[in-house]
Ligand binder design. Structure first.
Ligand SMILES: *Cc1c(COP(=O)(O)O)cnc(C)c1O
Length: 235
């Protein structure tokens, strides 16, 4: 069942690319497998799916250990500094850098493993009190500051748009994030390669693609609703 959902989501992405004159190869679909069992991930592997997203470091680690090593794990959730060690050698990208201290912790841990960690800066584009992320007007300075870290590489921006009934309501936020992305890209900061824009989830990924997303993170639309038994949800 997940395979059919995955194909349908991918097709809608391709159609959104066509509508907006984009190349479909420029948009990567990340299957957000958080809370879902390894068996559901395995169902997608014959389809050639390799990009998966998780928001809890320990869960990412456990799934990484159990599955083929060619998979690409995206750390998409809020990350605490003491958990960086779980994801550093296991994820291909950390989407959720939202503080200097976290960037430094990633830099330090990546240094220990002699690798350069690709990261995205999380932007609170709709200025919601309940969301993590850097303010839009502080993002350039933030990126300049963390670009001094030798063991991280800023690859772009990420946002979690507001929860809305009508995805069209988020178009303005995606458009604003795209503008910010291009603006920072045009300023050519050393050691920064603005190539990835992570935006769009189950409810709004088609609009996000029309507005320039290169990475979309879809969970429910592929794996179905999540149930959080007695897990405590933090922000
Ligand atoms: C859970 C999650 C998603 C996927 O959400 P769906 O609405 O299920 O598609 C995307 N991004 C982040 C950061 C998430 O935590």
């Amino acid at each position: 069942m997940s395979i059919e959902n995955y194909r349908m989501v991918r097709q809608k992405i391709d159609e959104a690319c066509l509508r907006s004159g984009r190349n479909k190869d420029d948009v990567t679909l990340i299957a957000v497998s958080k809370t879902k069992p390894v068996s559901m991930i395995e169902e997608l592997l014959p389809e050639g799916v390799i990009n998966f997203g998780e928001n809890k470091p320990q869960e990412l680690k456990e799934k990484y250990e159990q599955l083929p090593k060619n998979l690409r794990w995206h750390m998409i959730g809020h990350l605490q500094r003491n958990k960086v060690k779980y994801v550093i050698e296991r994820s291909c990208m950390i989407h959720s850098v939202d503080s200097i201290r976290l960037a430094q912790a990633i830099d330090e841990e990546a240094g220990k493993h002699d690798l350069i960690m690709p990261v995205l800066v999380e932007v609170n584009i709709a200025q919601e009190d309940t969301k993590f992320g850097i303010k839009a007007d502080e993002t350039f300075d933030f990126i300049k500051e963390i670009s001094a870290c030798d063991n991280i590489k800023v690859n772009g921006l990420m946002t979690i748009a507001p929860f809305v009934e009508n995805p069209e309501e988020n178009r303005i936020h995606f458009r604003n994030l795209y503008k910010l992305f291009i603006d920072i890209k045009d300023r050519n900061v050393d050691n920064v390669n603005m190539c990835s824009l992570s935006m769009g989830m189950t409810n709004d990924y088609e609009v996000a693609v029309e507005e320039g997303a290169t990475l979309v993170r879809v969970g429910t639309g592929i794996f179905g609703e999540r149930t959080y038994n007695n897990q405590v949800q933090i922000k």
